[in-house]
Structure formats: C-alpha cells, structure tokens
Design a binder for this molecule. Sequence first.
Ligand code: ZN
Length: 570
Amino acid sequence: MKFRNEVTKGVFCGSFLAIAFLVMNAQAIAGDKPKLILQITVDQFRGDLPTRYYDRLGEGGLKYLLDKGVVYNNAHHAHANTETIVGHATLATGAHPSVHGMIGNIWFDRSKGVTTYNIEDPNHKLLTEGADIDDSTEIDPTQKAASSDGRSPASFLVTTFSDELSSLTAGKAKVFGISVKDRGAVSMAGHSGKAFWFSKATSEFVTSSYYYNEYPKWVVDWNAKKLPAQYSGKSWELLHPKDTYLFGDRDGQEWEFDLAGYGRIFPHKFDTSDNKYYSTYLTISPAGDELTVEFTKAAIEAEQIGSDDITDFLGVSFSATDYIGHFFGPSSLESEDNILRLDRTLANLFTFIDEKIGLDNTLIVLSADHGGPEAPGYLKSLGIPTGYISPDSWDKQPAIDRIKTKFGVPGKLIEGYDHPYIYLSNEVISNPEVDLLALEQAIVDELVRFPGVSTAVSSTALARGVVIDNYLTRAITNNYNPKRSGNVYVVFDPGWFINDLDGISAAVVHGSPWPYDTFVPIIFAGHKLKPRTVSRKVHTVDVALTLANIMGTNSPSGASGNVLFEVVEQ
Ligand SMILES: [Zn+2]
C-alpha cells in the first residue's frame, strides 16, 4: 500500500510532474488489487484452536495462513452476545450489533408479538419447496423460532463490505456467500450478493427468491450430482491412528452428547441417506465442510469468480467446528480430528484457488463468529470449577410477586426470555405510570441473587448512560439496539452456562461476553502479504474496514472499527 501514500503526497504537490506521477500510480493501484477477496469464517473456532495442533497440520491449509499471513493472536468480538449471526454480521459490516441490528440468533419482535429468527423473511421464500422443513430441528433447533420459510438480509440495518464492493464497481464485482448455515451465507453476501446454504431437508444447496427467480443451471447440475449421498453407509473415521491424537485416549467422555444413532465413539456412522437424520449427521462431521468446499469450487468455476480485473468477493463459512463443539466440546477427539480435517479441506480450496486465480491474486481473511467454552466435565477433570446452571429450577415467583407489588403491576410482568434478554410485557412498558428504569433495576437486583448469575444490566440504564463503565457493560452496550433488545441483559458466571441449546442438551453452549467466547483468530493472507504475528488487542469490527481500506471502497454504513495497519501498511 506504499503507492497510496505516494499518491497522497502527489496531490499536495500539485505540479504537473506530480499529476503525471499520480496517474501512473493510480494505474499501479488498480493493478495492485486482488482479483478475489475470500472471507472465511470458521464457526466456533476459538482463538487458540488454529495453532493448538500446529505440529500435526499438513501443508497448504491452516499452515499456509499461519506461516504466510498477518496473524492477530489477540482478537476479540467487542459485543456481549457471542452467537452465530451476531459474529458473522459484525465481521461482514464492521459494525457492532447495536448498529447492524443482529443482536442475537433470535429476538422478540414487539411489533408482531412473536420471537423472530434473524434472517427470516416471509416475502422471499426458498426456491426449493420443503427445503426448510427439517425433520431434525430437535438437533439444530435455532430455526424453530422462524415463523416463515423465507430468508433474506432484510433485517440487516447497514451495509456489508461486500455491498460497498458492489457499489464501488457498479455492481460488476461478483459477490457470493456460501455456508451450511443459512445465516453464515446470507450475512456474507450482504444485500447485493448471492447466497447459498445447505438444506438438511433436501441435502441440497438452496437459496431464496431474494437472490434468484430460479436456480442457475450450475446449481441444478451440482445438486443433481448428489454428492451428499456419497457418504451413505459410511462413517466419520479418524484421519490418523488413534494413539497419535492428543485426545486419543479420551474418546466417548460422559459429558459428550449421545446423539441417537451417531453416538460418542468413533467411528460415527452416517447410516444411509434415507435416515431422517442422515444430512444432520453429515453436518456434525467434517463432511459438511467438505461439501461446502465442493459447492464453492463449482461456484468459482461456473461464475468465473476472480477471473477478471474487477475484484470479486466470496464469503465461505464453515459450520462443522460449531456443531461438533456443541456436541463434544472443543477439547475432544472429535474436535481434534475435525480441525485436522478442516485443515485438509482448506488446503483443497486453496489449491483450487491457486490454480484458477492464484493465491498471490487472492486476499484471504479468516476469522470466527465466536469462540466457545470448554465442557464443564472436561474442566472438572482438571480441577477447574465450572458447571451447568438450571434457571428452570429457580423459584422466580416470590421475586416476581415482590416486584409486581412494588410497582403496582396487575397483569403479566415478563413476556419471555430470548437469550440473553428478558423482555417485559408490552402492557408494562407502554404504561406511562411505570418507572421503567426503577423496574428493570429491581429485576436486576433480584436476578443477581440467583446462583450462577454474574450480573444483569438494565437496557434503560444503558440507554440513559447510568451504568458503570467497564468492559462487560461496554460489550452489552455494543449489543443494545433499542428496537430489538430486551429490557434486561443477563450474564451467567464465567465457565457456567445452561445445558440447553434452544431446547436440547449440549456439551457446550457459547453466547457469553467472557473471553473464551469472544476470542477468535483474525488472519489476513495471500496477495503477497508479508508474514507477521501481532499480539496487540484488535476487534472483529476491524476486519470490514480493513478490507474497505485495501479496496478503496466507501466505509460500510455502520462500521466503527479501526483499519488494521499491519495489513495495509506493508
Ligand atoms: Zn453454535
């Protein structure tokens, strides 16, 4: 990026020579842009995980990024609710959830009186009928909250970097988002790109009418090949001999989730493709990411991504780490093998891109939507205090009665709890007689008496700036959107969480503001970047602005991070 500084100097000089110099270097800048920006998000890839098995990594995958890239090893999300859509949207927009609006995987929509799923949109149905009907929602139930089968980025309140790239290039940049998870794909594609995700109901990559009226031929052809069925009758086997693994003697720990038919012990059988859980099993294994890469390669080929001088954008989000983390914990034989296989899957993608586009012409940025906690059973085995908490067992009624009496609330006080917010009833919040600040504070005072609750924060107090300023309240402020956030934000003790993933028990559940959930990698590589390791604290809101700076686009409309100078001033 040294050219840019010289251009700036040229402008101030103002002489004919300087103008000639400017023109010359403007051409140099155009030629200096990557042909492709590949934004990779690895779901629940906590900041320590990329290097945890460094000695076991192969060539050309994670090692390529770690050895050749600018590696930020102290990067964090700056928001409190460390969930999938929240992190993806932050990485895509450079904005905090308070501004981009994706404050949680679900939130209570006061205007409609229902809990809503982040990217649901009744106006844009999936192009494949029945693709949203998932027999196995009890295994991946987040989307159960969706009251419609449509999907689009309509609820994103700001632009993504990819939107700004579209804007810069008069829509000529090709912009795609691809993931097993719909929210992983839609977030990266932004408003202006195209998104594809994996339907567990049909074992196909699908999209909605927001993006297309009908499927492009290459997508029909790819789905017709039925690659997911190739795993039928097979199992997830270990990549290497069991005794070579750090967790080789820890297969099948009691805290791991014993999923019917899939089990806790290797090999994990996929069964045959007529099993209603078959495609779900694939997603809780490295197969989900392998299929994502095969579909991505087909997209690169068919759409000629990265083939001309207009920089294209491809966002790929890998979901296996998250599903496997939830079921087995990050310190398990399953997670260890999955990282070694993710490494091979990335190498497969990078090799393909090197052949088609060239890694020197491709700027890669890898991060994660959130980190993740250790399974309490694992921590206990090491003597570290931890546990599951069960709010269902709390006798909340006396506390609620006390508050209702004090504030003269006759009817319903609490509408519901959509993690991490308690929503008060419409009746209460629309009553001008009620002192909302005092009421929320009274709830906070009652909540912090329950075991396992670290703190709780009143949204009205946040909005009025009357909370103590510390890193926790700043993270909760970054999560606070007045239209979507609830009335009280609840934080559990570090290392303690509810053994419940939207209705099912799980080994681990992320979503806290504690460092194990906010800690993620940020690695920029390719495009002739010089390797460097940076240990200063940086934030995920910095990623989109850094991309915008490199490309000379407008700033994404809600972005508030910093440009990562180690990447742009090389
Ligand atoms: Zn998750």
